[in-house]
Design a protein around this ligand. Structure first.
Ligand code: NG6
Ligand code: CA
Length: 511
């Protein structure tokens, strides 16, 4: 995709730091949404609400999450630290302890401490409870979002495909009946609930073995749970549920306040486009791409409803909105949803190679849209920006220093995010399944190790659908504008360039 630079170089000169302003801030964090998934990035599902925001703000072609899976990217977004620095920041089971040290101020804690009302609605997947004692799902669940800065939280523990399949509100499982306590186990069966493997005829969605454990709402999950029947969620209602909490939070914090009015920070992290893609019946079949396309339509609808709420409450022009995704796309990820068969000519990764789990570009180069209506200078920017930069940029926005023990890997790119500058990062580190790569300018270097691609499976017989490329010394070097699909290795031709990239890695990520 060739992108024109619409932002004038003069605009950079016009930037004036707006330290006194403290707009509301909303992060809308998609799950497994690829670079090519929104229609403003060339996707085939109509995402008109997102496209409108993109037109009013800056749409980045070089926007990155820090990793090609969820937990590390979310960790970086909230802490401003590259996730490879925290060895615990890898895909977590649903009963993992919290991996953020409560002593480290997340962006939510930072904003709370600087006068913001803070809320999380959606996916968490950063662990709950402490490592020293087992978590009691039937009591107060902490430490969790509240202890790292979210004054209000409504979320699931990990992913929709992992138990416990319940919502947690402010540290308590919602609708829990004390006489039916919850147990969670990732090693062995607990209780007598049917599983996908033992009772496949009960499933509304066929799953692979890994996703073949306890059945909740006709969908088998990763991990076993028992009890908590009155608390179990319905996948079909999940988007509406999270959205309603977000909408209510906006309304609640937009009421005319006589004293101490506060701006708000909302971290809205819906399940879409993660598996299982079981959307509400009113969206089923709404696109030609099957459930994966329908889930994109749901995501766009949520964005539209948030924008509508901001307009109705008079907050629209006073709100900075970031829309991005936690990792690249995946079509088959454990459930037979016809995502591969129905994708047609839609390319979820856009022009890039690979997707979720991958060090190829498609793993971490994601949609990235920043809009502050009326304040952004609209345009398309090719600057390299990373989600790890949001912390330092938000700090600059509200005119406060980044706390000493936080945000150290981020850069203040506020002028770039608002379209006042074309300058992005000099380089960005990309992580996939604990291995890293680096992009600098047009160059991309993948050190020795392996590069994973999830090709997807159509049938059991076709096997796991993983493709692993083994990378030998001296690694792989690509020129991204000439070779966006990373097929022509130039490492042997440009040893100095390889060395330069290795030096960056040695400096930023020495281990
Ligand atoms: C993987 C799951 C996948 C998904 C992913 C987490 C298997 C074989 N696959 O381990 O289905 O749940 O974890 O996705 O178990 S993420 O977006 O939260 O990182
Ligand atoms: Ca994800």
């Amino acid at each position: 995709m060739k992108c024109k630079l619409l932002i004038g170089a003069f605009a950079a000169l016009a930037f004036v730091a707006s330290a006194a302003e403290q707009p509301n801030i909303i992060f809308i964090y998609g799950d497994d949404i690829g670079y090519g998934d929104f229609s403003c990035y060339g996707g085939e599902v109509d995402t008109a609400n997102i496209d409108t925001l993109a037109e009013e703000g800056v749409r980045f072609t070089g926007g990155y999450c820090t990793a090609a899976t969820c937990t590390p990217s979310r960790y970086s977004l909230l802490t401003g630290e590259y996730a490879f620095r925290n060895k615990g920041a890898q895909i977590l089971p649903g009963n993992a302890p919290l991996i953020i040290d409560p002593a480290r101020p997340t962006i939510a804690a930072f904003l709370r401490d600087n006068g913001y009302k803070t809320a999380l609605s959606g996916k968490w997947h950063l662990g709950l409870g402490s490592a020293s004692e087992p978590l009691d799902w039937n009591g107060q669940i902490k430490p969790g979002p509240k202890e790292v800065g979210f004054e209000y939280s409504f979320h699931m523990a990990a992913t929709a495909d992992r138990v416990p399949s319940v919502y947690i509100k402010n540290g308590r499982v919602v609708n829990l009946d004390a006489s039916d306590p919850i147990q969670v186990n990732y090693q062995e069966l607990v209780g007598n609930d049917p599983t996908g493997i033992s009772h496949p005829h009960l499933l509304k969605l066929q799953a692979d073995e890994q996703h073949g454990k306890t059945i909740v709402n006709g969908v088998s999950r990763i991990g076993w749970m028992s009890g908590g029947n009155s608390a179990r969620f319905k996948d079909e209602d999940m988007a509406d549920t999270y959205l309603n909490k977000a909408v209510n939070f906006i309304i609640e914090n937009s009421k005319p306040q006589t004293s101490n009015p506060k701006p708000f920070f909302l971290y809205f992290a819906p399940n879409e486009n993660h598996v299982p893609r079981v959307v509400h019946p009113r969206f089923q079949g709404s696109t030609s791409l099957g459930p994966r396309g329908d889930a994109l339509a749901v995501f766009d609808w949520c964005v539209g409803r948030l924008v509508q709420t901001l307009k109705e409450t008079g907050q629209y022009e006073n709100t900075l909105i970031v829309i991005t995704s936690d990792n690249g796309p995946v079509l088959f990820d454990g459930y037979w949803e016809a995502a591969i068969e129905r994708q047609g000519t839609h390319d979820a990764s856009g022009p890039w190679r690979g997707g979720k789990y991958s060090r190829w570009e498609g793993g971490t180069r994601v949609p990235f849209i920043v809009t502050w209506p009326g304040k952004s200078k609209p345009g398309i920017s090719d600057a390299i920006v990373s989600q790890v930069d949001l912390y330092a940029s938000v700090a600059a926005l509200i005119g406060k220093p980044v706390p000493e023990n936080a945000g150290q890997d981020g850069e203040n790119l506020l002028p770039t995010l608002l379209g006042d500058s074309l300058d992005g990062r000099e380089y960005v580190i990309q992580e996939a399944l604990t291995q890293i790569a680096v992009r600098k300018g047009n160059w991309k270097y993948i050190p020795p190790g392996s590069v994973t691609e999830r090709l997807g499976i159509m049938t059991w017989e076709e096997g796991s659908g993983w493709k692993k490329t083994n990378v030998a010394e001296p690694g792989l070097l690509f020129h991204l504008s000439e070779d966006p699909t990373e097929e022509h290795d130039l490492a042997a031709k440009y040893p100095n360039r390889v060395q330069e990239m290795r030096d960056i890695i040695m400096q930023v990520a020495p281990e």
